[in-house]
Design a protein around this ligand. Structure first.
Ligand SMILES: [Zn+2]
Length: 321
């Protein structure tokens, strides 16, 4: 079966603010307080930083090969208005362009922007689509803005023009950011105002799942991904969380994603995918077509360039036959 990871990041400290990681480390350390496995914030932070040394995505490609993942969507969040960043967002885009050249045919890229960056950011975003060949827009509302903020509308017009999707973070994140803007309902006005643009609620199958699923059921242009699925809070565990999700009648809106490198310290991508697809696993018993759509079909339908690539590849095959 074709597998496309709809949500991942290059695991590099060049693309993530040190304060973001420090906040995540505080949260992880707090969860172990009083237990036999208690660790200090500093220890966790060092581990997280060590996990972010795959600057050219070589390790990620190795992981993809091992797990049978054909392509991965790389997301570049723009934290520049909330936290001190290691590089300007333009340089992050340039480095992702080079990563894609280094690993031809393996990555889609969604460029992050912040609506407070002004009109130059609109031109920059369109350049990443037209000149770099990137495939979508990435938003990180916990940086302090709503995805329905009118300052984003010029970006959505670019998305409509080039038929590329918007993926926005939903749910909690590093405690140094604001969770208030991360509720899925915040996207409703934007989704209603831009019916030609597809919006993907990142982690919608993991956080605020009931609200995310309702939006998917009633807004034709809203989708959700399951990135971070092994971390779902559910009394019967993450597998039951997914089992519940895939029986709501919205399987045509669900997109597989790992959120690499999030769980790379505890499990390989290969084992995560095996847990998903195994007999008795959360997707067991679904029609084959649903599983194919979740694992690759839906995200590739939302990325117009993927269809162009497929058509071009088919033409080439027809010519050489
Ligand atoms: Zn992510």
């Amino acid at each position: 079966m074709r597998i496309v990871d709809g949500h991942a990041h290059v695991a590099s400290m060049s693309f993530i603010p040190r304060d973001f990681v420090a906040g995540a480390a505080r949260n992880i350390a707090a969860s172990g307080i009083g237990s036999a496995k208690a660790v200090t914030v500093k220890q966790v932070q060092m581990l997280l930083e060590a996990q972010h040394q795959d600057h050219h995505a070589d390790q990620l490609v190795h992981e993809m090969d091992e797990a049978g993942v054909s392509k991965t969507v790389l997301l570049i969040p723009d934290f520049s208005h909330a936290l001190e960043c290691p590089l300007p967002i333009t340089e992050m885009a340039e480095r992702h362009r080079r990563i894609r050249e280094r690993h031809p045919g393996r990555f889609y890229v969604f460029q992050g922007i912040d609506p407070r960056s002004g009109i130059e950011a609109v031109d920059f975003f369109e350049r990443t689509i037209v000149e770099y060949g990137f495939d979508g827009l990435k938003l990180y509302p916990p940086c302090g803005y709503s995805p329905s903020d009118a300052r984003l509308f010029p970006f959505y017009e670019i998305c409509a023009k080039h038929r590329v999707p918007v993926l926005l973070h939903t749910g909690p994140t590093s405690p140094v950011l604001e969770f208030e803007f991360a509720h899925p309902s915040r996207v409703d006005l934007a989704a209603k105002s831009f019916p030609a643009v597809n919006f993907i609620l990142a982690h919608g199958g993991v956080n605020h799942t009931a609200d995310a699923a309702l939006l998917c059921a009633y807004r034709p242009n809203v989708y959700l991904d399951i990135a971070g699925f092994p971390g779902a809070l559910h009394p019967q565990g993450w597998k039951q969380n997914l089992r519940d999700l895939v029986h709501l009648g919205i399987n045509h809106k669900i997109i597989f994603g790992t959120d690499w490198p999030l769980f790379s310290m505890t499990a390989s991508t290969k084992s995560c995918i095996e847990d998903l697809l195994t007999d008795g696993g959360p997707l067991d018993g679904l029609p084959r077509r649903d599983v194919e759509n979740i694992m690759a079909g839906t995200i590739e339908r939302l990325i117009p360039r993927s269809a162009e690539c497929t058509r071009a590849a088919k033409r080439e095959l027809a010519c050489s036959a």
